[in-house]
Ligand binder design. Structure first.
Ligand code: RUQ
Ligand code: CUA
Ligand code: CA
Length: 640
């Protein structure tokens, strides 16, 4: 046994206690009252036998040359990108630039990507950064169809779409009148038209209150502030409508019948300062009745806010007192919850307690009944409130009736049974709710199971996205390596398979079966309306000081391999890669001009820049492509 397979040495449990104390002190010091009484804490776990550790390691590894079973699409936090890891290996497969600039692919540099990202009048990027938290895929028949993936930008309130065939960003939409855009979830089918059994909408929750419209006038007065839920069209990516609510929105889940979107709210107080956000004993899980909202939009019961033309309906409590016409239902949950997830059978929503050591289980059918006027009080939609441990944040499911919740303060993942929790809530005190606990290292945030957000939840793996790695990897400076841990959930007991590093700072992810994602290996020339058709289509065209240089690449040459410009020219290079061989990419970079991008087989990219320095400038291929890759270069000549 090597040093790093030793689990739970005395040192290890000591560290865990330190982290717990620090975590609780942090929250308690901030004025929260933690309802900790009665919370069962498991012992620190038994030492793992070496043979067992080796077997677990083998289960979590993928031999050289073998492929992973799943794609894990992960957010990249303040890097602004998305990432793909292999499961079970934990190997990094790809980083997808989304809201960030990426020199390798030319994202944020090429004209095509700048158009997707959005530019200012001078042609420069409107934003250089983003903060991605949640990735979700498009659905058909209750499972992923592999067509699209969506990811949010919390900083600049943008929703991006990644197309499943290239696994590249193809559209970005900015959402008006919101700040702190956090939770997203695509719908799983249409609430009315049974023939539409796939995703057509994406719901986006806003976490921060802003004055509506946003002016600094009366900024002290919270009454001017509000939060909006936004519905974006999955195909056009246009903003369809918004709903103004009381409170805020954090995470989102959608029902399998398309009828409801659920968003947890930790600030029903509409507080603008920390202590106000913590003042109420209960916050809410807010349910949105999609069919009624769209009917209200159609009927024109809308307002617009500021310069935005997006229709907004009123989802506040005051305006929705009658359940039979209500657009929204506020189910009270213990103060400051985090995360909401729906069980794969579509029956229950689980809201994690965060400050409360409980999870709140809300029955879908009862929420529908509340909207029909058949359930008196929204709180009657709650069917269980199991005590599961300290700092519950996010829940994954195995499709066998069990839930796996991350416990931030306990540094654990807890496995509990949903049916047993309901039985216990109904008085069956013998019902065994908590089935297992596993220490993770350390302080997990998001956790998600393989296919766990679909009807095809398969109960194989659970990935714990830990917020702190401390001593799990070689130290690399003050900021520790980010860590994720893969857990086998196929047996009665959870089994830790391995740690893998994650580039800072991952949040949420989804684990998608590999047969669902069907990527193309070669681009289509016609993807680009300006592609260079062939040798006859190459060369230099001048229109005043605007010059277009059309180049094609065929390994290992560029045609033309030289072009002459004049100082002051604004030049657009259009490069089409005419190679048709899988994986045969070429790069294009020019000294001194910040030009750097790659083109895949049959792909076209363009970039516009100004030439202000006379001289000879080599352009060269940056991506290894051929035995004569180094020779794949040419000259840009700028005359005085
Ligand atoms: S949140 S640690 Cu941005 Cu997804 Cu819960
Ligand atoms: Cu073309 Cu390297
Ligand atoms: Ca609150």
């Amino acid at each position: 046994m090597t040093e790093d397979t030793k689990a739970d040495t005395p040192l290890d449990s000591g560290r865990r206690k330190f982290l717990n104390t620090a975590g609780i002190a942090g929250i308690a010091g901030a004025g929260a009252s933690l309802g900790l009484a009665g919370c069962n804490k498991a012992d620190d776990g038994a030492a793992t036998a070496p043979a067992k550790a080796d077997a677990a390691h083998a289960k979590g590894s993928v031999a050289a040359g073998q492929l992973d079973e799943y794609y894990m699409l992960s957010s990249g936090g303040h890097s602004g990108e998305a990432r793909i890891y292999g499961v079970p290996s934990g190997r990094t497969l790809k980083r997808i630039p989304v809201f960030n600039v990426d020199p390798m692919s030319g994202w944020g540099l090429t004209n095509e990507s700048k158009q997707i990202l959005g530019t200012k009048a001078d042609g420069s990027l409107k934003y250089m950064t983003g903060d991605t938290h949640h990735v979700h895929g498009s659905y058909k028949d209750g499972t992923y169809d592999g067509k699209y993936f969506w990811i949010n930008d919390k900083i600049n309130n943008r929703l991006a779409r990644i197309r499943g065939d290239y696994l590249e960003t193809d559209k970005i939409t900015e959402i008006p009148n919101v700040q702190g855009f956090h939770g997203i979830f695509p719908d799983k089918r249409d609430p009315v038209d049974a023939a539409i059994n796939h995703t057509t909408r994406v719901f986006c929750g806003a976490e921060f209150h802003v004055p509506l419209p946003n002016t600094p006038k009366n900024w002290q007065d919270g009454a001017h502030y509000g939060c909006l839920l936004t519905c974006v069209d999955a195909e056009s990516m246009d903003v369809r409508w918004q709903v103004r609510i009381d409170g805020n929105m954090d995470l989102c889940a959608t029902s399998y019948d398309g009828k409801l979107a659920a968003l947890n709210s930790y600030n029903v107080e509409n507080g603008l300062i920390f202590s106000d956000m913590m003042s109420a004993e209960h916050d809410a899980c807010i349910f949105f009745n999609v069919e009624r909202i769209e009917a209200a939009i159609k009927a024109g019961k809308t307002v617009t806010i500021g310069t935005s033309k997006v229709p907004v309906v009123d989802g506040t409590r005051e305006a929705n007192k009658d359940p039979k016409t209500a657009l929204t239902c506020y189910v009270p949950v213990p103060k400051n919850p985090h995360g909401v997830n729906i069980t794969p059978d579509g029956k229950y929503y689980v809201c994690a307690g965060k400050l409360s050591p409980t999870a709140t289980v809300i029955e879908h059918e009862r929420v529908l009944k509340w909207f029909a006027g058949d359930v008196k009080e929204a709180k009657e939609c709650i069917v269980a409130e199991p005590e599961i441990g300290l700092g519950p944040l996010h829940t994954g499911f195995d499709g066998k009736g069990n839930a796996y919740t991350s416990l931030f303060l306990d540094s654990q993942v807890v496995k509990w049974n949903v049916a047993a929790a309901i039985a216990h809530y109904n008085g069956d005190k013998a019902a065994k709710v908590v089935l297992d606990r596993l220490d993770v290292h350390y302080q997990p945030g998001h956790g998600y199971a393989s296919m766990g957000e679909t009807k095809e939840a398969d109960g194989k793996y659970f990935n714990s996205g830990n917020k702190f790695s401390k001593d799990r990897f070689l130290p690399v400076g003050p900021l520790h390596v980010e860590t994720e841990q893969l857990i086998d959930i196929s047996g009665d007991k959870m089994e830790l398979l391995h740690d893998h590093t994650a580039h800072p700072e991952p949040h949420d992810a989804i684990i998608v079966r590999r047969d669902i994602i069907k990527t193309k290996q070669i681009y289509t020339l016609e993807d680009s309306p300006i592609h260079v058709k062939g040798f006859d289509d190459t060369g230099v065209k001048r229109d005043g000081n605007k010059v277009t240089v059309r180049i094609m690449s065929v390994a290992p040459t560029f045609t033309p391999s030289e072009f002459v410009l004049k100082k002051g020219d604004v030049v657009t290079v259009v490069l089409t890669n005419h190679d048709k061989v899988e994986d045969l990419h070429h790069g294009f970079a020019i000294e001194g001009h910040d030009v750097n991008f790659i083109v895949g087989p049959q792909e076209t990219k363009s970039m516009t820049f100004k030439v202000e320095r006379p001289g000879v400038f080599w352009f060269y291929c940056t991506h290894f492509c051929h035995a004569l890759h180094l020779e794949m270069r040419g000259r840009m000549i700028v005359e005085a």
